[in-house]
Design a protein around this ligand. Structure first.
Ligand SMILES: Cc1cc2nc3c(=O)[nH]c(=O)nc-3n(C[C@H](O)[C@H](O)[C@H](O)COP(=O)(O)OP(=O)(O)OC[C@H]3O[C@@H](n4cnc5c(N)ncnc54)[C@H](O)[C@@H]3O)c2cc1C
Length: 384
């Protein structure tokens, strides 16, 4: 047996022995996912155990180095682990902005002390992070941000406001873009990390029409941030921000995979309407093509060979595909699918998921903005 075959056999046996049966079903909603953190309430013992055993093995972040809490696996081993988890429908043990966004940025731009301090906590799900990028006047035009950080010798003094900060009211720490100079738009931004319990930080949940509140306004009023919590160089935070966004877009592009292994035609069962059946078949062809492209993309990304604009292309394709998937699910469900409250519809599961997909093509940068990036950096269109 080759080394990789042995690794696959060992991994399969370990997963069989350690993945609780309840964790072999798709995550039903954002609330059903395991987010970790200081104040997280686990939905079940199985959820807690799955996060803990995977965290101890470094398999919440299999390809991070062992000294930072990762599994130290090679790209080929990481892929095998992914395949073996998929084989038994094992859930992602930990949904975490620390893993999908901040971690890669710290690995590239963090100091040795920062890596040792923050990465193992992220890997074990002990600290939950939120993202302080958008502001009332800075969304797509992110570099227009105004939140100010003044140099006060041994610390920065932060004042300003962020908006759409997902789960700011539940997060322990924030990674935050701040303005440290007004001399240059992109060249005056810095990247800070700080505790959400710091004096002067407050959050105000934004209540949506659905009654659900996934994000907040976040206010900073004379927040003191020690200087060793600056990532990268002062005024060079835009490089860190863009690198992190590439990883965020990779994560969101995964929406295109639909979270399951079955085709949509199989999931929907018999469809009477021939036009709808044909649309579903065409969709499945696109979904299979996307899944194949996605495998290739992840391989390139892990090998450090992906074009910097590729995450934008994948984010655009994955989120638009997922919107189409849910349009078709709603069409197949007819007017019943719009039902919103009853237990029979599981409190409007289909309708709520359908609406949520609309936000995927906004968060992490809108579809229009991704198309602009692809036009400019991949297609090199004139005037883009
Ligand atoms: C579910 C969700 C979660 C989010 N979570 C977070 C978070 O945790 N942290 C955070 O910082 N932010 C978060 N955001 C904010 C998100 O990053 C912004 O909504 C997004 O970047 C767009 O900014 P905006 O809403 O200000 O829209 P605007 O920038 O005002 O855009 C309005 C419209 O104009 C279009 N447009 C703007 N500029 C261009 C252009 N150059 N070319 C073509 N079209 C353009 C856009 O595509 C859009 O249709 C979240 C958003 C959502 C929906």
């Amino acid at each position: 047996m080759s080394d990789l075959e042995t690794f696959r056999a060992d991994t399969r046996a370990w997963l069989e022995a350690n993945c609780p049966p309840e964790m072999r079903e798709p995550v039903r909603s954002e609330a059903d996912a395991c987010w970790g953190g200081r104040n997280f309430t686990f939905q079940s013992e199985a959820q807690k155990r799955w996060m803990t055993v995977m965290g101890e093995r470094g398999w919440t972040v299999p390809d991070w180095p062992k000294e930072y809490g990762g599994g130290g696996l090679s790209a080929a081993e990481t892929k095998i682990l992914r395949e073996e988890m998929k084989r038994i429908n094992a859930r992602n043990p930990l949904s975490s902005f620390g893993i999908s966004m901040l971690g890669p940025a710290l690995l590239k731009y963090g100091t040795e002390e920062q890596k040792k301090r923050f990465l193992p906590e992220i890997a074990r799900g002990e600290i939950r992070w939120c993202q302080g990028y958008s502001e009332p006047g800075a969304g797509s035009d992110l570099a227009g941000l105004q939140t100010k950080a003044e140099d006060k010798g041994d610390h920065y003094l932060v004042n300003g406001q962020k908006v759409w900060t997902s789960y700011a009211d539940k997060a322990d720490w924030i990674f935050c873009l701040v303005r440290t100079s007004t001399e240059s738009k992109h060249g005056g931004i810095s990247f800070l990390l700080f505790d959400m319990e710091s004096e002067g930080v407050s959050t105000k949940p934004i209540l949506l029409i659905s009654g659900y509140s996934p994000f907040c306004e976040t206010f900073f009023d004379n927040v003191k941030v020690p200087k060793d919590q600056l990532v990268g160089e002062v005024n060079r935070g835009w490089d860190v921000a863009k690198y992190l966004l590439g990883h965020e877009r990779e994560m969101i592009s995964g929406m295109g995979l639909g979270g399951g292994s079955s085709t949509l035609a199989k999931a929907l069962g018999e469809i009477d309407d021939p036009v709808l059946a044909a649309e579903v078949a065409l969709f499945d062809v696109d979904a299979l093509a996307f899944a194949a492209m996605s495998e290739h993309f992840i391989d390139q990304l892990k090998a450090g060979e992906a074009h910097p604009a590729l995450p934008s292309m994948m984010k655009y394709a994955g989120t638009e595909l997922n919107k189409k998937r849910h349009e078709l699910i709603m069409a197949a469900g007819g007017s019943d699918a719009l039902e919103w409250e009853s237990d029979r519809s599981r409190k409007g599961k289909s309708a709520r998921e359908w609406l949520r997909t609309k936000a995927n093509s906004i968060e992490g940068g809108t579809s229009e903005v991704q198309l602009g990036i692809v036009a400019k950096h991949i297609l090199q269109l004139p005037g883009a």
